[in-house]
Design a protein around this ligand. Structure first.
Ligand code: FEO
Ligand code: CA
Ligand code: CA
Ligand code: CA
Length: 678
């Protein structure tokens, strides 16, 4: 989540407050462990990074023996021309131009900008941003983020690269750009209801049926029944252990089984059965609670006294807006919205192939600041496994393992409703453990018992009512379990050739020398790094793993040293900072997107490609000014790539929009119609 200056809400450096004060990590072991370090990061030119290190590990490396695990991530995955992961293009330099730059031999085209009509009466976008709330409900939302391409014939086992459903998240909004003159308030301090309606509608998810025409250009299939908007006001079911829990009871759903809307959808994950999970990341900011004391399920997330966009102040007092005021006002939770924020913080399943389907909040995957989710390849008869990072400073990385086995013929979202949620502990010796957050686990139950009556971070801990309460307070449970606090986990990706799991750790300028650990070895980590691990016995459901650091981001000369050898030394071809988006394409090339400082030497945010075997990393794409480059996917043949541009600073490439720059998807193709990156 970039704190970009287009959005005044992000000017507040405490918008993402440090809310984990639990101080997890075996500090007493740090010094001893650092004596044994084997993977080393050396500082770049002028950087104060010279003696900061990570770990290398044996057996987690470059002998990429391609095994035959099926790629369940999306059901497509036919390798393109050759399965090699070598990079076949020349790196491009950094750029500060207000346009997209790609290597020679590639072309780009902007597609599906904010405001593009996709449903209903297809209301045309107005360049002065004067479209109504009702219009926005039929148009592509704002601030494009994670996206996925589902081949149109997925359900019949097909692999189309010519037609499909492009599904994307709209993370948040730029209020100044969304309206002709920015957000307004009347004399009473209330907001015009239609402005609020438009803001809610500019959030959520777009499903767009797209098809290549005879000239190879991609078009929207107008009138397709698949075209759909899910917004901050779409009705949804609560599923899994929190369904019906009394702490989810609201005036809208007294029995705690339903809610409205999904918000701050950052990244996502396609499921093995062809649905789309949208993450709810910084949802806490949408709610206001003016009470002096707030419950732990709010304080551990930073819910404040005022909301980010003041939706609860919409004129007319419509129930769909007053729910954002979560201050208790009635006698009971069934008569107000004190629990509304407890219906947010989940992964939300949307079935793009069933347009009338109701989205499902899958609570077994935990409640936190979900950046996204990444599924491990599935195997018949084995559990479904997926990983999700909590993008906030000093938060954690989680893994869900389903109770029930996967069978392709019957798989669906029910598999995500029963299982065990684990949190990661990265040990100093390069090993790691998955710690179960389950009261049925004797170790976790003992830790909970031991923590009773003590201060856990800023929470006076008085126990968990039941497993639903554990999941409602996932962060607190992870504190108690002893998880490793990370430098803001963003996207994850699983190498289709080796099964190794990669995660970006975007940055954490607040980590002190005393707070470093082996997996997050830099104090004041301003540029971030990428961690990876291999599950024990190559079993994704394993309870232990081996990890190392794939690359440290930074300026020229930043070295990642493995067992005494320089594995990567960043140059003009690949300096980057604040890795965020991360995706393995169907051939196994790794795509790294940035959401960082756009000052020199990095300039505009970018996307790089990496060969995971050799750690060859090359800059492939640079976005326009002020943007974040986030969200990448290709067609199954890896010949059309879709990349999202979020919060561009000014007009690109549309022009004539004055003060209303438009987020958009960029289509990248090779001029010779070859495989991207090869
Ligand atoms: Fe929405 Fe963590 O980026
Ligand atoms: Ca963002
Ligand atoms: Ca980010
Ligand atoms: Ca992100």
């Amino acid at each position: 989540m970039a704190k970009h200056d287009l959005d005044s809400n992000y000017l507040d450096p405490d918008y993402e407050p440090v809310v984990n004060h639990s101080g997890n990590s075996a500090f007493q072991d740090v010094l001893a462990a650092r004596m044994q370090r084997r993977t080393l990061m050396k500082g770049g030119v002028g950087a104060a990074l010279a003696s900061i290190m990570g770990f290398g590990i044996a057996g987690c490396g470059s002998d990429s023996d391609s095994d035959d695990r099926s790629n369940g991530g999306n059901g497509s995955a036919g390798p393109g021309e050759g399965s090699a992961t070598e990079l076949g293009f020349a790196a491009i330099p950094v750029s500060s131009a207000n346009k997209v730059v790609v290597p020679a031999g590639y072309s780009t085209k902007a597609f599906l900008p904010w405001g593009t009509p996709i449903t209903g009466s297809y209301p045309a976008f107005r360049a002065d941003a004067s479209n109504s709330g009702a219009d926005q409900e039929q148009q592509v939302g704002m601030h494009h983020d994670g996206l996925h391409f589902f081949p149109i014939d997925f359900k019949t086992g097909g692999n189309s690269s010519d037609e499909g459903l492009l599904v994307m998240n709209h993370e948040y909004i730029n209020q100044a750009a969304l309206h002709p003159d920015g957000p307004t308030y009347n004399a009473n301090g209330m907001r015009p209801a239609d402005e609020v309606r438009k803001e809610v509608a500019a959030h959520g998810v777009s499903v767009v049926h797209i098809k290549k025409d005879s000239t190879g250009d991609w078009d929207i299939v107008f009138g397709s029944p698949f075209n759909r908007r899910v917004t901050g006001n779409t009705e949804m079911d609560i599923r899994g252990p929190l369904r019906g829990y009394q702490k989810l009871s609201t005036r809208f759903s007294k029995n705690g089984t339903q809610t409205r809307g999904t918000l701050n959808n950052c990244s996502m994950g396609p499921t093995p059965w062809g649905t789309y999970l949208a993450a709810e990341e910084n949802w806490h900011g949408y709610f206001a609670n003016s009470s002096q004391t707030k419950p732990r399920e709010q304080t551990r997330h930073g819910v404040g006294g005022a909301s980010r966009y003041d939706w609860e102040l919409a004129e007319g007092g419509d129930d769909q807006y007053v729910r954002f005021n979560i201050t208790p006002t009635a006698q009971s939770a069934e008569d107000d919205y004190r629990n509304e924020a407890n219906t947010y913080g989940y992964m939300v399943e949307i079935d793009p192939f069933t347009p009338e389907s109701k989205p499902q909040k899958r609570t077994a995957l935990g409640r936190f600041g979900h950046e996204g989710v990444i599924f491990a390849p599935v195997e018949e008869g084995k559990p479904v496994v997926c990983y999700s990072g909590d993008d906030s400073r000093f938060e954690y990385i989680y893994k869900f393992v389903s109770s029930r086995p996967y069978y392709a013929a019957t798989a669906s979202g029910y598999l995500l409703d029963e299982g065990t949620l684990y949190v990661a502990r990265y040990n100093e010796d390069g090993s790691g453990d998955w710690l179960p957050l389950s009261l049925d686990d004797a170790g976790f139950a003992a830790s909970v018992e031991a923590a009773q009556g003590s201060l856990v971070g800023n929470v006076q801990f008085d126990g968990f009512e039941n497993q639903a309460d554990v999941l409602l307070n996932t962060r607190l449970a992870a504190d108690i379990a002893g998880a490793t606090p990370m430098d803001r986990p963003e996207w994850g990706a699983v190498d289709p050739n080796t099964g190794e799991v990669y995660f970006t750790l975007t940055n954490n300028s607040r980590r002190t020398e005393e707070q470093v650990n082996a997996a997050n070895p830099r104090a004041e980590n301003r540029t971030g790094h990428i961690i990876r691990w291999r599950e024990g016995g190559d079993d994704f459901a394993a309870s232990e793993f081996q990890w190392d650091i794939f690359v440290f981001a930074g300026e020229q000369g930043t070295e990642t040293v493995v067992d005494g050898d320089v594995a990567v030394s960043l140059t003009d071809d690949n300096i980057f900072n604040s890795p965020d988006g991360l995706w393995f394409d169907y051939n196994g090339r790794l795509w790294i997107q940035t959401d960082g400082s756009d000052a020199p030497p990095y300039q505009n945010n970018m996307m790089l490609a990496a060969n995971p075997e050799t750690r060859d990393i090359r800059r492939f794409f640079v976005g326009p000014q002020g943007c974040e480059v986030t969200g990448v996917v290709t067609t199954p043949d890896v010949k059309t790539m879709f990349v999202n541009i979020q919060h561009p600073a000014r007009d690109w490439p549309f022009g004539n929009e004055g003060d209303h720059p438009r987020d958009a998807t960029v289509i990248v193709v090779r001029d010779d119609k070859g495989v991207i990156g090869a």
